[in-house]
Design a protein around this ligand. Structure first.
Ligand SMILES: C[S@@+](CC[C@H](N)C(=O)[O-])C[C@H]1O[C@@H](n2cnc3c(N)ncnc32)[C@H](O)[C@@H]1O
Length: 231
């Protein structure tokens, strides 16, 4: 299932980077050439894509290579968000576009089946080691992901135009979030149906910039569309 407008925004001649692709399932079906990059490859990865092993903070591509970068649920695993976003801006063409999605550090839920309040505890390698001895560096980053204010600051530094796009969730994306599949993790008191009822009101008040500012900081899932990388 594809969760964003990338399919509509790209054409078959475009070159798309799926950064932190894991099994490649989210971009395997888009109508474009996709370079699927990850630190490690999932065994059950789709055979539709070409995989390249690489680190998002030091990408093995020349400047101005890609028309679009798709980066879903990866930023929260990255140690240095500035190195990561600046590399993305570097490999994008001047009119290229980044779609970036990650869980809000301060949301009252946890994207990784650990208690939601963990991310409110100050970031600490010692806490992380308690959570997982073998994968401390993985946990430290995904339980203490970058917050929305910092993410916006870094995106603004490397892109001319940054749009908070979470309120434009496509139906299937919204269903994935608050529908039956994830209600145990995502807002436990909000069913897909009641969310449908309040969404028009949220969208209406989202037009007022102060409310949008608040939504951007509190929305459980941060989704940005960043255009015009700064060279
Ligand atoms: C939660 S998974 C998300 C996978 C996929 N994008 C999705 O939405 O289903 C995070 C992935 O990011 C990869 N990753 C973490 N840090 C990375 C980095 N610095 N460079 C490239 N990939 C990275 C991990 O190996 C993992 O496969």
């Amino acid at each position: 299932m594809l969760f964003l407008d990338l399919d509509e925004a790209t054409s078959s001649t475009d070159l798309v980077l799926d950064l932190g692709t894991k099994d490649g399932r989210k971009t395997a079906e888009i109508d474009a050439d996709v370079a699927a990059v990850d630190l490690v490859f999932a065994e059950d990865r789709s055979d539709e894509l070409s995989y390249i092993r690489g680190d998002g903070t030091n990408l093995p591509f020349a400047d101005n290579t890609f028309d679009a970068v798709y980066c879903d649920q990866v930023l929260e695993h990255v140690k240095n968000e500035e190195d990561f976003i600046s590399e993305i801006a570097r490999v994008l063409k001047p009119n290229g576009c980044l779609w970036l999605a990650f869980p809000n550090r301060y949301a009252v839920n946890s994207p990784h089946e650990t208690p939601w309040w963990i991310s409110l505890v100050p970031k600490s390698e010692r806490w992380a080691a308690l959570l997982s001895e073998d994968e401390a560096s993985y946990y430290i980053n995904h339980e203490w992901p970058v917050g929305p204010t910092r993410a916006r600051q870094v995106c603004n530094k490397y892109f001319e135009h940054v749009e908070f796009a979470s309120l434009r969730l496509r139906d299937e994306y919204r269903d994935w979030f608050v529908g039956n599949k994830r209600t145990s993790v995502y807002p436990p008191t909000t069913s897909g149906k009641s969310f449908d009822k309040i969404l028009p009101a949220i969208l209406a008040i989202g037009h007022v910039s102060l409310f949008m500012y608040v939504f951007e900081r509190l929305w459980p899932h941060s989704e940005y569309v960043c255009r015009l990388p700064k060279s």
